[in-house]
Design a protein around this ligand. Sequence first.
Ligand SMILES: [Zn+2]
Length: 430
Amino acid sequence: MFKPVPATWRVSSTYQDHLDREPPSSAPGIDIACPVGTPIISPDSGTVQYVNWTPAGGRGMWLKYDGWRMYLAHLNAANAFRTERVRGGQRIAISGNTGRTTGPHLHLSVQAGGAWVDPHQFLYATKSRRLRYIGVHLPNNVTPEDARFLGKHLNIFKGLMRLDKPVNPVGDNDALDLPSWDMIRHEAPEDSIFVLRAYANMQHGPMDGQVFAYRTLARVFGLCSSGGPLAGANVRLEIHNEPNHPDEGWGPTETGATLFDRWYRLVYNQIQHSLNERDLPNVKLMWPGLAPAEWSHKERTWMRVCEDSIISSPSIGVHCYWQTKVDNYEQLIHPQLGLNWKAYDDLLKRRERTSEIIVTEAGNSNCHSNDHPNLDASEQAAQYVLWCKNAVNGVNGVTFFLWGAMHPWEGFRVHRHTVESLGEYRKTLG
Ligand SMILES: [Zn+2]
């Protein structure tokens, strides 16, 4: 969906302000402050119902869309005639200061099902996402056999996202591993996204942010600068792994969230600054996927504390796990487990952002559970397909712990059948 007013704008009077007026507004909506002469854009394809003039609204215009109508007021001019079909993105009017106003602005109302509604949910809905990238986690030291497996089975996906083992800025066990990245880059489709994890070892408490940024950047430059195996590739840098996890970060408390938020801002600014300086626009910083669920990891508390940092990140990582029995998909479709990404989608809609969402960890975590034994390959495959169907219009990509994940995640080691089923599903997406 297009926004009706391009460039910079601000809402000068909200829907609630209109309802609270004395007397209440006869066409409640929002006021968008913009100078006279600002082009107004049709948010979608639709039809002009009529153009009118009223003492209060001045030059007005009604447009009909799929299931809803929009009213614009105080216009200088309408650029489309009654019954005319308009396209999304087409200029339909020029803003003005006509009718009863206290200054130049666009008044905009929306009716759905014959009732006035807050225009936000229609006009600022997140640009629709499409699940295009399905990938796996990879071990370091990819072998030629691994690479062949990837070539044979995993390239069935149109866009494939590969996720590295954590880039640990303090460990010495995961050097750049250039040969693995070379092989993976060679196997992957041209438009793949590669996710690097910048994961600080927390054995001795949180790592100093500047040191973390510095060491992470050294790795990023080694991989992504010209001559590196990921030069020119689409790379996401996931800053820190599950910071709200007690073993991996600041822990599941509100204090932990506050401390991490401060740390993240510092690291983010330093890394972004250096990426700009080195002219690496294909490397985008990613908000780390938090350990899921409020009851176990205080994820929703963290989301609230870190809200501004989350929405400011160009890419947002989310973790979605489920455990489930045959024919019981309760946890797969649970809003804080399998469908955890929806909370981030909601947050972005509320804050009028269109950042990408990439689920950097997802899968059936039955291997962690004593209550839910591992399922056979067919059932697992069916679950992964079902998950994709539930996420197809909400996330941009997902990596499953299907293959190459480390202990104790070996239960996710790939299963050709699951991969093939996902491939079949992928074809249905076109
Ligand atoms: Zn108004």
